[in-house]
Design a protein around this ligand. Structure first.
Ligand code: MF3
Ligand code: CO
Length: 268
């Protein structure tokens, strides 16, 4: 069941999306060699609570963090903990905020200090693929058009698309219909209509597409242990251009010239 949102509901998703964006902007200030992922999680949780939101991942199905922490080969759903970030790592921070009963969801993958050029390119291509997907997210098109735009762009760059994890609708629940895969054929899947709010979130691997889920049932890594990147926006389908409800502006302001994805088209 795909819920079309009323103007009031859209405003609430917009405000939750702004808060999750500002939360990741706070996290961005602290990503550096020597910090633990637990510390990043605490910074995010306190910021959300200070601003009247609820960290929606915390306790969701038993998930133990405010942030999903995605270090290097971790694809999604990594736990915050005692791991100390080191120079050359990449770390994705995926966060959902509930505010006034509605959710916003965003993810950004950071380089920690200097990272190697091949990994930096993976981050740039994955971020750009998110904007390719958003560009295809127009009323009258179908979910498969988004999927195909992401897949085509990433595979042409030599990367592989994770199959098991998808984007999704969002609203009162963090996960609503439709599923938004990052691979698929143009012209298939649910029709996109104005006032749908959806999350597009490419999860792209440097090596093969295969993943392994750890015995905890959550933490997901690449089978070949090569790096994986993940970027996500919450967007609104409109009669014309999609509106991006989350923003990386706060992150980009915090990172300045430390951002290896600086200047990717579509970024604010
Ligand atoms: N941000 C994740 C997503 O994009 C949310 C799932 S994390 C969970 O769908 F812990 F809440 F499950
Ligand atoms: Co999501």
């Amino acid at each position: 069941m795909i819920y079309l949102k009323t103007p009031e509901e859209i405003e609430k998703v917009r405000r939750a999306s702004d808060l999750v964006s500002r939360t990741l902007g706070e996290v961005a200030k602290w990503v550096a060699p020597g910090i633990t992922t637990q510390r990043l999680d605490t910074i995010a949780r306190e910021f959300i609570l200070d601003n009247g939101g609820r960290p929606a991942c915390l306790g969701y199905g038993g998930f133990p963090g405010t942030l999903c922490i995605e270090v290097n080969e971790t694809v999604v759903h990594g736990f915050p903990g005692g791991y100390v970030l080191k120079e050359g790592d990449i770390v994705g921070t995926d966060c959902v905020v509930e505010l006034d009963g509605y959710n916003g969801d965003s993810c950004y993958t950071f380089g920690v200090g200097e990272i190697d050029p091949a990994t930096a390119r993976l981050l740039r291509v994955t971020k750009e693929s998110l904007y390719k997907g958003i560009g295809a997210a127009r009323a009258g098109k179908r979910v498969g058009d988004i999927s195909n735009a992401v897949q085509t762009f990433c595979e042409r760059a030599g990367y592989s698309v994770v199959r098991e994890m998808c984007g999704h609708g969002i609203g009162k629940s963090m996960h609503e219909d439709p599923e938004v895969p990052n691979y698929g054929r143009r012209g298939i899947g649910p029709l996109l209509k104005p006032n749908m709010t959806i999350c597009i979130e490419p999860m792209i691997n440097l090596g093969s597409k295969n993943i392994v889920i750890e015995r905890d049932g959550w933490q997901c890594r690449t089978r070949d242990r090569k790096p994986s990147a993940h970027f996500e926006h919450t967007i609104l389908i409109t009669p014309d251009e999609p509106e991006i409800l989350t923003t990386f502006r706060y992150i980009e302001e915090a990172l300045g010239d430390k951002d290896v994805t600086f200047g990717i088209p579509g970024a604010e």
